[in-house]
Design a protein around this ligand. Structure first.
Ligand code: SAH
Length: 222
């Protein structure tokens, strides 16, 4: 299977060129964190998409990844990664593995990643893609609202779906001195929110404007 995948996936000069253009576009839109730009420049985004989208994989667009879900825009991935300010070796919990693209960017930033996905089909596919690309990441089929108490506390928590509210379990599983990045809202768009955990009960909350996400839904899908 892995061999088959490797044969299918080729990172050509053309792809690398498109990726560099995408990075230049992100820089132009205000992403200035060099470690984030370099991680994005490293990951072949087209590996995570259906063959139909290979030619357009480096445009600033969201694409369907199955079961009604979408891969996040590259700008959104870059923006959330920049807000997280990952340091090498940090323990990161990601909610919404999706196709695994954002997960791989976190790995390239040196994070130890645990990622939860509630759609079985996406969980299976992302696990396969990430392992074929040799990323050492723990993926789970489950409900992100509950987090992952067995591995808490986390240095950073990233939610990649639109949450109607900030789940208490996720607040509790954040380290003191840690940061959570979560889009909050139930309407057409969500407000990108970052929370810095000052103490057990005190969070410094910052808001960073509107983004569009698929909704964070409760319970595992079957
Ligand atoms: N970072 C992903 C974004 C995928 S979209 C990527 O780059 O592909 C968000 C994902 O969150 C979807 O796959 C959706 O199924 C998942 N999701 C929604 N609610 C969830 C929940 N409660 N727990 C875990 N995953 C959830």
């Amino acid at each position: 299977m892995v061999l088959y995948f490797r044969k299918m996936m080729q990172d050509s000069y053309k792809h690398k060129g498109m990726r560099q253009k995408m990075v230049a576009m992100l820089r132009g839109k205000g992403i200035l964190d060099e470690s984030v730009l370099s991680a994005i420049n490293t990951v072949p985004r087209h590996y995570f998409l259906d063959k139909t989208f290979v030619e357009v994989a480096y445009e600033n667009r969201a694409f369907p990844i199955g079961v009604g879900q979408t891969i996040s825009h590259p700008y959104t991935v870059a923006y959330q990664s920049q807000l997280l300010d990952i340091k090498k070796g940090e323990l990161v919990l990601e909610i919404g593995t999706g196709c695994g693209y954002q997960t791989s960017v976190l790995c390239e930033l040196g994070a130890k990643v645990h990622s939860i996905e509630r759609q079985k089909e996406l969980f299976v596919k992302a696990k396969r893609t990430l392992s074929a690309m040799n990323y050492r990441v723990r993926t789970y089929f489950g409900d992100g609202y509950k987090g992952l108490p067995a591995f808490a506390p986390f240095d950073k928590i990233l939610v990649t779906c639109g949450a109607p509210f900030i789940p208490d379990d996720l607040r509790n599983q954040l380290k003191i001195g840690g940061t959570m990045v979560i889009p909050v809202g139930t309407g057409e768009s969500q407000e990108m929110t970052s929370l810095f955990k000052e103490s057990e009960d005190n969070f410094v909350v910052n808001r960073h404007g509107d983004f569009k996400f698929v909704p964070m839904l409760e319970k595992k899908a079957t």
